[in-house]
Design a protein around this ligand. Structure first.
Ligand SMILES: Nc1ncnc2c1ncn2[C@@H]1O[C@H](COP(=O)(O)OP(=O)(O)O)[C@@H](O)[C@H]1O
Ligand SMILES: [Mg+2]
Length: 364
């Protein structure tokens, strides 16, 4: 058992960086070696103040300098690979499986072996991640057919093709239909996110006219706005390029996801706006709403897969309600275009999503 005095000292030692520990240790060894030498000389009477000659002082200083040099060399040789490994671990934890360490796996010491194990681990994780995405992609694709079959038969039942239904039976059909649609939506989102990941984020890039694209989007969203009693406007900057080179369906999906969130979190009487601006280098798209907003501590997570902020109560209807994948999909699509997406929000006032995209995305 450690004494009560030893405990804080031990905890200070445990909290020191590796570099500090090695330095303190080596200096302590230097002191332990030099001190008996000094006291022996002193006992022999060779080290009286009068006889304390230059050589003795030079020897003591020399011993400390040598110890300091060894300390620096040793700590560097250990702390550099450690820092490299730490950065590598952080990268892998963040999903960057392609990260490689600066320490060569061919090195014959412990760090070389560690680097080799790290590379194997990262490769295995990347493989598993791809397999997982492929599995989810296939599974959700396979779900599509049975869901469509069920929806089709429910439709026929409701239309009375198989004989007249009572009011109660029609109500059950409607509930079944809604549930089937919800499962269909979820499997579509899962399919989108996994297909994108399994395919390494491939885009179908081609040139198209931006004006008609925004017109079409406005028209389809206006229906939702009217249903919700939310005022919806699209603002267009004069400097918008006539043509862009994007994955049309991909960007349509990004805006669709963000706009459907905006409508879900904005009560009737509120406003949702899509503003498109541009300069020589980029097109900027902003989706602003006057909805519930997102708490600052949750804002950093909204692009994470399966994340839903604690603001779901009071949302309007279930249209667009998913399982926290919409923004994760949006982010991967925007980043595959070499663009950025960010969010800003004030609880109780509203939220702004900002997307920046190069007008012409070069071939990948
Ligand atoms: N415009 C918005 N206003 C308030 N909260 C939002 C808005 N957009 C997104 N969020 C929050 O971010 C979460 C994640 O959004 P998303 O990835 O689209 O998932 P989902 O729509 O399936 O919940 C939402 O659940 C919600 O909490
Ligand atoms: Mg959503």
């Amino acid at each position: 058992m450690l004494s009560t005095h030893a405990r804080p000292a031990a905890s200070i030692f445990m909290n020191m960086t590796l570099r500090a520990r090695l330095t303190v240790g080596i200096l302590a060894i230097a002191v332990v070696l030099v001190m008996p030498m000094v006291s022996a000389l002193h006992a022999l009477g060779a080290l009286t103040p009068a006889s304390l000659d230059r050589y003795a002082i030079a020897e003591i200083i020399g011993a400390f300098l040598l110890a300091a040099a060894i300390a620096v060399w040793l700590t560097r040789s250990v702390s550099r690979p450690m820092r490299d490994l730490e950065a590598g671990m952080r990268a892998v934890a963040g999903g960057e499986f392609g990260h490689r360490l600066a320490v060569a796996p061919q090195r014959r010491d412990e760090f070389g072996r560690l680097a080799a194990s790290f590379a194997t681990m990262a490769d295995r994780l990347a493989e598993l991640d791809k397999l997982k995405a492929e599995f989810v992609s296939i599974a959700s694709h396979e779900l599509k057919t049975p869901i469509n079959v069920m929806l089709g038969y429910l439709q026929l039942l409701q239309e009375g093709v198989y004989g007249p239904l009572s009011d109660r039976q029609l109500e059950v059909c409607r509930t079944l239909q809604q549930q089937c649609q919800a499962v269909g939506r979820l499997s579509k989102q899962l399919l989108d996110v996994s297909r994108f990941e399994a395919g390494g984020g491939q885009l179908d890039l081609h040139r198209f006219a931006l004006g008609p694209f925004l017109d079409e989007l406005e028209e389809s969203v206006q229906v939702l706005a009217v249903q919700r009693g939310v005022h919806f406007t699209v603002l267009r900057d004069e400097r918008l390029p006539v043509e862009v080179r994007w994955d049309r369906d991909g960007i349509n999906e990004v805006l669709g996801n963000i706009l459907s969130n905006a409508f879900r979190f904005t009560p009737s009487g509120g406003r949702v706006e899509l503003a498109a601006h541009a300069d020589e280098v980029e097109v900027r798209l902003y989706v602003r709403d006057t909805g519930s907003g997102i708490l600052p501590e949750q804002l950093g997570h909204v692009f994470d897969k399966f994340y839903q902020a604690r603001n779901q109560t009071g949302t309007v209807g279930t249209v667009g309600k998913g399982m926290g994948l919409g923004l994760a999909i949006a982010k991967s699509i925007v980043e595959a275009h070499r663009g950025t997406i960010s969010v800003d929000s004030t609880p109780g006032e509203g939220t702004v999503f900002s997307i920046r995209l190069p007008p012409v995305v070069p071939p990948l």
